[in-house]
Unconditional design. Structure first.
Length: 83
């Protein structure tokens, strides 16, 4: 009985989440279209900063990956030499 009730609550909760998500997306599109000019002005100012931040994040990620790969190769080489 309790398990069935919990499943029903989760199902209703998921359905409500989907409905709320759809409503928020619709409201977002309505506001985007009605405030398009303001959005475009703000986006023009934010876009270069976004590119800088995304580029920095990509650099950090790939530098870290390169260091990790070099470390793994070094450990594998040491392990093979010990055998």
């Amino acid at each position: 009985m309790v398990k069935k009730t919990l499943e029903e609550v989760m199902t209703v909760s998921n359905a409500m989440g989907i409905v709320i998500g759809i409503l928020v997306v619709i409201i977002g599109f309505i506001l985007l279209f009605s405030w398009w000019h303001s959005f475009a002005i703000v986006f023009e100012g934010i876009f270069p900063i976004l590119l800088i931040l995304i580029g920095a994040g990509v650099l950090i990620y790939f530098i870290s990956e390169s260091k990790s790969k070099a470390e793994i190769e070094k450990q594998e080489k040491t392990t093979l030499e010990q055998k």
